[in-house]
Design a protein around this ligand. Structure first.
Ligand code: CIR
Length: 252
């Protein structure tokens, strides 16, 4: 298993903000937290593939999940909804191409951020909100339907991305903090979490990665029979990032 990661720009503090106030960021701490996050991925069996060099003109580039989404062996380069983030896909596409991975790309006027894409089995929930528009969803559906995926659009109004609000446990149960979830009834099984930002990265069938900022949710998930790995990502949370956005898992 492999995971795509991208080092942080030293200008992370200048990244896009939608729902939070801008606060100072400790960039050295951010770099350390990013290294620890990558270590956790490697500990759980992922080879990390680093997208070429940090580019200080792309403050949000560390949030690599927004630039590409994997569907089986196909990588779909997104069409980021924030203008400042559009150039991020170039280096991601180059890295994937050099690995021999098949790459498709969404195009303007369609916009879609990877943070809006939640896969549960063969269903692809796509948040339609500030960053992703209907044309972006339409293009993704056209690419994926012939490949056996069902694309389901979900309005998102309360948070930046669909996956800021909801992610899925390995058993397919969708979890999230109810105040941040627009339409919990859309998901087959929805389990409320006690804290904002209770997002998981699935590391294996019985292990998930959570942010250190959500200990009650970690305890709840542990009580359901999962092993929970916690990582501190405080500096990325200041920029509206969560654990999912720092990597793209390639399971082929
Ligand atoms: C942004 O607003 O685009 C970045 N500051 C944060 C992106 C976080 N991405 C994600 O949760 N998938």
């Amino acid at each position: 298993m492999r995971a795509l990661v991208r080092p942080t720009s030293r200008k992370l503090a200048d990244g896009e903000l939608t729902h939070l106030e801008r606060v100072p960021v400790d960039i050295d701490l951010a770099e350390q937290q990013w290294a620890n996050y990558c270590d956790a991925l490697r500990t759980w069996g992922f080879d990390t593939i680093t997208v070429s060099g940090a580019d200080d003109d792309l403050p949000d580039e560390v949030f690599v999940e927004d630039a590409v989404v994997m569907f089986d062996d196909l990588a779909v380069l997104t069409s980021p909804g924030a203008e400042t983030r559009r150039p991020e896909t170039d280096a991601v596409g180059d890295t994937l191409g050099s690995l021999g991975i098949e790459v498709a790309a969404l195009e303007l006027p369609g916009t879609l951020d990877g943070g809006d894409v939640l896969k549960v089995d063969r269903t692809v929930y796509v948040g339609q909100g500030g960053r992703t528009n209907g044309e972006g969803i339409r293009q993704l559906r056209a690419l994926l339907t012939p490949r056996g995926w069902t694309v389901v659009g979900v309005p998102v109004t309360k948070v930046l991305h669909l996956k800021s609000a909801v992610t899925a446990l390995p058993d397919g149960t969708v979890i999230g903090f109810p105040d941040e979830v627009d339409h919990p009834e859309v998901f087959g099984r929805f389990l409320p979490m006690p804290e904002k930002g209770a997002a998981v990265v699935v590391l294996s069938e019985d292990t998930v990665l959570l942010a250190a900022s959500v200990p009650k949710s970690a305890a709840l998930i542990e009580s359901l029979g999962y092993r929970v790995i916690s990582v501190d990502i405080s500096e990325f949370e200041k920029l509206e990032g969560c654990v999912t956005c720092l990597s793209v898992r390639i399971r082929s």
